[in-house]
Ligand binder design. Structure first.
Ligand code: ATP
Ligand code: MG
Length: 602
């Protein structure tokens, strides 16, 4: 392609709307333009990158035996009502765009396709003989994200590859899951990305085992915890670890102490000259279940540890049936500002004990009248500990679990693992932390959707049983931007060769010089003839501008038809390293052909 004929517009300065390097660079280099919050146009250069990523995804998915299809983006509400996700997706989380058609029927724009595919499977799959089967598509998804940001990283309209597999049993699901793990690893490797597969929380999609594929970059929204031996890696939302041992206290018996202005752990430690691991701190949450009931949650956790809200949500979801509900809709920390809504008497925030009375909860039919008391595993073994006295400006010391302060009925791991903790698989290993961008997520769904939507098949014994499912997603547009986040420098983008919009750019320093232009045009044609993707910068611009733009748009190989052509040579600059060399004109095509083939084969 000739740059003079492309709608090629670069920006000199960083656009105000962009915060992270990849977003700035894609805007500046003319790859994308913002149309509205979280909504972008992919300009011709970007579209080439996206098609290359899609082609790699398609090749690897096809190699795995999965079948490509294309499912509707407009999805009837009834399907989502059947699976029980309509209200959560359109109201509680509000992630799904919904609309009403001219016949007053409700529809949603697909954020994901479990419902559509399960309906298809229900229709098409009758017998175990048809299993296993795996369908995938590459398509635009819609999600009304609360905080669309970072350009294509978190858009409201974005490209995803999503695949769904159906099995007769869990063993078959696990086989496909392993195959997808390998397939995703190959895709990311081929796209030139440094990544880590980590254990992940299954979130709203549901199911059991799941892994996320994280592209490592400082701007990543997720925290990954891993051990140096390579045996453990998990999303911090899900990670487990051994907490440091608590320090013993010297208290011999229970006493209540005046602790003025010690509502925080730091202040209390300072005042009592104790260690945070000797304190049982108590954190309040307000949970809303799907039947409208409000539960007040009292979490007791060691003073040196923090609550992991994802683990807490999962614990509360599993408790939902105790309160006549199916799931948790909302969970947030309760504090003095919001307490009036549910408290009958003033709550001594900062001085709360695990045994705070149920009587402080307002009598209200919507509110569950007892605390949902949860002890994190870190507090069960503590002895002679310090905790709140349930009275303003007072703490108790020397407390043991027992009659005077009962251990909460529910004990669970609701603690945030953190860097520096010892690993569970080997206490000699310590967790380390890295930032990651979630590019892919694979799930063993089990029968969650097939049961809800009655998608069954007849097994070998002639029984009608629910299909076992897996689902696998990869963010195609997010991946493309993550590649820029991982591969750039002060001058611009450095595309990995496999997903670069063009492999080579030929820069003509002076297009008034007919010899320069002629040599460049010849090279342009010769390279194209052997299948190399070439951009020809034949714009009437200063050489400096062209070099800057070439660096900015990040084409892997740059050829310059400058002075060297008088000796029958051309300059070659490698974008990634900046390395410069000269090549005889007669060698250029052969050299680049070999280089590119070798690189792509790696
Ligand atoms: P996140 O936690 O980042 O919101 P998710 O768990 O909602 O992601 P999935 O539902 O598993 O994501 O979707 C599969 C893949 O689609 C993700 O791994 C990610 O690469 C991509 N993706 C999800 N949401 C977006 C978005 N708003 N913009 C761009 N890509 C996205
Ligand atoms: Mg999401």
């Amino acid at each position: 392609m000739r740059l003079s004929q492309m709608l090629f517009v670069t920006l000199r300065d960083d656009p105000a709307e962009a915060e992270i390097p990849s977003h700035k660079l894609l805007l500046r280099a003319g790859y994308i333009r913002r149309i509205a919050s979280g909504i972008y146009s992919y300009l011709p250069l970007m579209w080439r990158v996206l098609q290359k990523v899609s082609a790699i995804v398609r090749e690897e998915m096809n190699r795995s035996g999965a079948l490509e299809c294309l499912l509707p983006q407009l999805q009837p509400a009834e399907l989502w009502q059947e699976s029980g996700r309509w209200d959560t997706y359109t109201k509680a989380e509000g992630i799904m765009f919904s609309l009403t058609d001219r016949s007053q029927r409700q529809l949603g724009l697909g954020p994901t396709h479990e419902e559509v595919i399960t309906t298809l499977a229900k229709d098409l799959i009758r017998s175990y003989r048809q299993l296993p089967v795996h369908l995938y598509q590459i398509q635009t998804k819609f999600r009304d994200e609360i905080r669309p940001r970072f350009g294509l990283m978190r858009g409201r309209e974005f490209i995803m590859k999503d695949g769904y597999s159906f099995h007769a049993d869990v063993a078959s699901l696990k086989e496909t899951y392993q195959l997808m793990y390998k397939t995703y690893s190959r895709i990311l490797h081929r796209c030139g990305l440094t990544f880590r597969a980590v254990e992940a929380d299954s979130g709203a999609i549901g199911g059991s085992a799941s892994h996320e594929f994280m592209v490592l970059a400082a701007a990543g929204e997720d925290e990954v915890l891993y051990t140096a031996d390579g045996q453990y890696a998990a999303n911090a939302e899900k990670a487990v670890s051994l907490p440091p041992d608590p320090l013993p206290t010297t208290y011999k018996k229970v006493a209540t102490l005046e602790t003025p202005n010690a509502a925080t752990i730091d202040a209390l430690v300072e005042q009592l000259q104790c260690h945070p691991s000797q304190i049982v701190k108590n954190v309040l949450y307000r949970a809303v279940f799907d039947n409208g009931r409000i539960g007040l949650v009292l979490v007791s956790i060691r003073g040196d540890q923090e609550v992991n809200s994802v683990k807490l949500s999962n614990t509360l979801t599993s408790l939902a049936p105790n309160y006549g509900a199916k799931k948790l809709l909302d969970l947030r920390m309760a504090d003095a500002n919001t307490a009036q809504e549910w408290a009958a008497t003033p709550i001594p925030f900062g001085y709360i004990g695990p045994d705070l009375e149920d009587a402080v909860i307002k009598a209200d039919p919507q509110i569950i009248p007892q605390w949902i008391r949860i002890a994190d595993c870190t507090v069960t073994a503590l002895q002679r500990f310090i905790t709140g006295a349930n009275c303003d400006q007072q703490h108790r010391v020397g407390v043991n679990w027992g009659k005077s302060c009962p251990l909460p009925a529910i004990v669970a791991d609701v603690r945030k693992a953190q860097a520096g903790d010892r690993a569970c698989h080997d206490p000699n290993q310590y967790l380390e932390s890295a930032r990651g961008i979630e590019i892919g997520h694979i799930f063993q769904l089990g029968t969650k959707y097939s049961q809800a939507m009655k998608a069954t098949y007849t097994n070998e014994q002639g029984e009608e049983v629910p299909l076992v499912m897996g689902c696998y997603g990869i963010g195609v547009s997010r991946l493309a931007q993550a590649a820029v986040e991982q591969h750039h420098d002060a001058q611009g983008i450095i595309w990995p060769l496999a997903i670069a919009p063009y492999q080579v750019i030929i820069v003509v320093p002076n297009i008034e010089d007919s010899q320069q232009l002629q040599v460049a045009t010849d090279l342009y044609e010769q390279l194209q003839a052997v299948g190399i993707e070439v951009l020809l910068d034949d714009r009437n611009e200063r050489a400096g501008v062209k070099f800057k733009d070439a660096d900015l748009i990040g084409i892997p190989y740059r050829l310059v038809t400058g002075r060297a052509i008088t000796h029958g040579e051309v300059e070659l600059v490698i974008r990634a390293t900046g390395a410069k060399s000269t090549l005889p004109l007669t060698e250029v095509v052969r050299y680049l052909e070999k280089e590119i083939t070798q690189q792509l084969a790696q």
